[in-house]
Design a protein around this ligand. Structure first.
Ligand code: M6R
Length: 361
């Protein structure tokens, strides 16, 4: 049942305010400015002993993991990184008992992720799952975890599960932070930010008509570049994946800081750039990157917290706490990918060559 939408992708994009409400529900503890995650199976002493966090997932779930790793470093001050599970399982990685491993999967059935979990468990590691489908293989195999409660996602292209997974990571980062050195005051600040998300997502949806107009222009592009820096970079990567999966337009994501080390050579009027420009301590650096692109006659669409002079067009998204900004900044780009694919007449819910869950090697 598509509930009045023409595609599941459109329906699922529009379900995100409610979905985020669900992942937060019953978990916030205002008294101690923290969150309760019932299924984690990790007591405070164990949480304090973690020396590193390694997040494993594929595709969009890997990108959610990149955002999660940054949140864990920022809020809990634990060194964290994400890696494609498909790479990790083949490289005979060093498995370390003081590292917390986290497997991320919407379906909970992705074979590369499951195989990585099994290999980790065989070596005695502790593995948590961040999963959408309750009772799925990865959820069962993990020692504990967080359900992201996005509800069923039918479209092959993941949207609401990505957003909910990033929120689940914010909850985990806050929880780990508050068992370590995150102050009550910062805990409160993050909780307030989390509570604002559903309303802010609803306000992004109100811009759909303008985003649709932009998409009609971008549908003519043969290739697009997505750039971001630190918090914006994983957002750029996910937006680039979304566009290529559903519209078949070639897209590439780059850290804005790497432009001058190569990709600037590509810039010309026919290669549009989407720049993720949060209003944080790197704003001026990002503006300088846009300047470099403009100086070479590149067209720029900015996703930012205010109108950006240097860009040809700006999609303005509501500002949240700096650490939580990545959650919202990708959402208008889901709409951009959707409307670009629609303008090109693509098979939106079932892009060619792809399957919803990749249960083979
Ligand atoms: O079910 P999973 O989250 O484990 O799936 C992982 C990827 O296959 C998946 O995210 C894929 O990249 C999607 N088509 C993204 O839209």
């Amino acid at each position: 049942d598509m509930g009045g939408h023409d595609t599941y992708m459109h329906k699922e994009i529009h379900e995100q305010a409610d979905a985020v409400d669900r992942v937060l529900r019953g978990r916030i503890d205002d008294r101690f400015s923290t969150v309760h995650l019932g299924g984690l199976n990790l007591d405070a002493r164990e949480a304090r002993q973690i020396r590193r966090v390694k997040i494993l997932g594929c595709g969009t779930s890997y990108h959610a993991g990149l955002i999660g790793a940054q949140m864990i470093e920022e809020l809990a001050r634990i060194p964290a990184d994400a890696e494609p599970a498909s790479e990790f399982r083949y490289r005979n990685a060093v498995v370390d008992p003081d590292t917390l491993y986290i497997a991320v999967s919407q379906s909970g059935e992705t074979y590369d992720v499951l195989a990585a979990v099994q290999e980790l468990k065989r070596k005695g590691a502790r593995v948590l799952g961040v999963v959408n489908v309750v009772g799925s293989a990865i959820a069962r195999e993990a020692d504990g975890g967080i359900y992201v409660h996005a509800g069923p996602e039918v479209c092959v292209v993941s949207t609401k599960c990505f957003t909910n997974t990033t929120v689940a990571f914010a909850l985990l980062a806050l929880h780990l932070g508050r068992t370590r050195d995150l102050s009550v005051r910062d805990g409160k600040r993050i909780i307030e930010g989390l509570r604002k998300l559903p309303g802010q997502i609803a306000s992004v949806m109100e811009q759909e008509a303008e985003i649709e107009k932009l998409a009609q222009q971008y549908a003519e592009a043969r290739s697009m570049l997505f750039i971001g820096r630190v918090r914006g970079y994983p957002v750029a990567r996910e937006a680039s994946l979304k566009l290529k999966e559903v519209s078949y337009i070639h897209a590439e994501a780059y850290p804005a800081s790497e432009l001058k080390h190569g990709p600037l050579a590509l810039i010309e009027p026919a290669l549009p750039t989407v720049a993720i420009v949060p209003d944080d301590d790197l704003l001026e650096k990002n503006r300088a990157a846009m300047e470099e692109i403009k100086a070479r006659s590149g067209k720029i669409l900015a996703v930012a917290h205010q109108h950006e002079e240097k860009a040809d067009q700006t999609i303005v998204v509501p500002k949240n706490e700096d650490e939580l900004d990545p959650i919202l900044m990708g959402i208008p780009l889901q709409l951009l990918a959707y409307h670009t694919a629609l303008a090109l007449g693509r098979d939106i819910d079932k892009p060619r060559n792809l399957a919803k869950s990749v249960t083979v090697e």
